[in-house]
Design a protein around this ligand. Sequence first.
Ligand code: 5GP
Ligand code: ZN
Length: 113
Amino acid sequence: MADCIFCKILNGEIPSQKVYEDELVYAFRDINPAAPQHILIIPREHIAGANALEEKHKELVGHIILTAQKIARQEGFAEDGFRIVNNCGENAGQTVFHLHFHLLAGGKFDQMV
Ligand code: 5GP
Ligand code: ZN
């Protein structure tokens, strides 16, 4: 997608701090961290958000969650705990319309949900 910031990150037009990548997903550090560890996990495929997911994406979504676990182990916070967040749509505060999961860690979170 031409004007998608995350597609530009994927094709290298916008630099990013890579944490992990494979054939399906890419993970990098959030530019404006909301926790000591704040990583974004995105599919290589441009999907606007959770509300645009289809049956065919089932495996991809499972892969993203397992990737979060893999990164948590890689970065050493799997045992202490982490939070996976997806904001979908305006009311949830989604600002980038390329599906992404926030992986947050490095301290105790307020009990929001
Ligand atoms: P959302 O609010 O849509 O759930 O999350 C978008 C996230 O993308 C925000 O946490 C924001 O800081 C991050 N972000 C936006 N633009 C960039 C960028 O160019 N580089 C990086 N690394 N993160 C970005
Ligand atoms: Zn995109």
